[in-house]
Design a protein around this ligand. Structure first.
Ligand code: CTP
Length: 221
C-alpha cells in the first residue's frame, strides 16, 4: 500500500446530528452522510485505519472501517475526541449548531398557539479538534454555504485553525445535501482547487489526493 495515508489513522465524521426535544421529536438536518461515507471508504481502500463517526443515516458501513454510531452533537464530539490521536481528521458531518437547552422527559402536549424553544450553542467539534493537545497533523473541515463561498470558507479555515476546507454550495440543484453528485471548492493556506461536479465517490478520491499532498508537505516541513 503506498500513499501518505497507508497505515495511519483517519477519523471521519459524517451525517447529521439529531438534537432531541422530547421522546418523539428532534431537530435535525438533511445531510445524507454520503460524502463522509465515501471519504471513509476511499481512505480505507488506501490502507488507512479509518474510524467513521456516523450520525443517524441509512447507509451501510464501508468495508474495513470501524464505525461508531452517534445521535447528538454532544455524542459526536465525545466519540471524535475518543478516537484521537489520529493523523487526519475530516469533519464532514452537518453538526447541529444549536440544541434544545433541555430534553422534555415526556411528550410535550400542545397548549398555546405558539411555542418557544430555547436553544443553546453546541460546541464546535472541528475547532476543538484543531486546538486539541493530540491535534491530528491535518484537520480538514467542510463548509456549507449559499453565497460568498470563498470568503466564508476561508474565514472558517482561519477561525477554526484548519489545514484545509472543502466548501460546497448548498441550495442549488445538483449539489450538496441529499445528492449523489456535488462540487467542492477546496481551500488551504496559499492554495485552492475546484473539484467536480462529480459523484461523491469521485470527489472523495480527489479530496484524498489533496489530503495526501498536504500531508507530505507537512511531513517534509
Ligand atoms: N462543525 C463542527 N461542530 C459544530 C458545527 C460545525 O464540527 N458544532 C463543523 C462541520 O463538521 C464542518 C464545519 O464545522 O466541517 C463547518 O460547518 P458549517 O455548518 O459550514 O459552518 P458553521 O461553523 O456551523 O458556521 P455557519 O453555520 O455560521 O455557517
Amino acid at each position: 500500500m503506498s500513499g501518505a495515508l497507508a497505515g495511519r489513522r483517519v477519523v471521519v465524521s459524517a451525517g447529521p446530528t439529531y438534537e432531541d426535544i422530547d421522546p418523539v421529536r428532534f431537530i435535525g438536518n438533511r445531510s445524507s452522510g454520503k460524502m463522509g461515507f465515501a471519504l471513509a471508504a476511499a481512505a480505507a481502500a488506501r490502507g488507512a485505519e479509518v474510524v467513521l463517526i456516523a450520525g443517524p443515516v441509512h447507509l451501510p458501513a464501508p468495508d474495513g472501517v470501524r464505525r461508531i454510531d452517534v445521535r447528538s452533537a454532544a455524542q459526536m464530539r465525545e466519540a471524535v475526541l475518543a478516537a484521537l490521536p489520529a493523523e487526519v481528521y475530516i469533519g464532514a458531518a452537518a453538526v447541529a449548531d444549536y440544541a434544545p437547552r433541555s430534553v422534555a422527559p415526556g411528550k410535550m402536549k400542545k397548549t398555546g398557539a405558539t411555542l418557544v424553544l430555547e436553544l443553546v450553542r453546541t460546541p464546535d467539534i472541528l475547532a476543538g479538534v484543531a486546538i486539541h493537545p493530540q491535534r491530528p497533523k491535518l484537520v480538514v473541515g467542510f463548509a456549507a454555504e449559499t453565497d460568498d463561498v470563498e470568503r466564508y470558507a476561508r474565514g472558517k479555515l482561519v477561525d477554526k485553525k484548519l489545514d484545509m476546507i472543502a466548501a460546497n454550495r448548498v441550495g442549488v440543484p445538483g449539489s450538496g445535501f441529499e445528492c449523489d453528485d456535488n462540487a467542492l471548492s477546496v481551500y488551504w493556506p496559499g492554495g485552492a482547487r475546484e473539484l467536480g461536479p462529480a459523484p461523491k465517490t469521485v470527489l472523495a478520491e480527489a479530496l484524498l489526493d489533496l489530503v495526501d499532498t498536504r500531508l507530505q508537505v507537512h511531513r517534509s516541513a
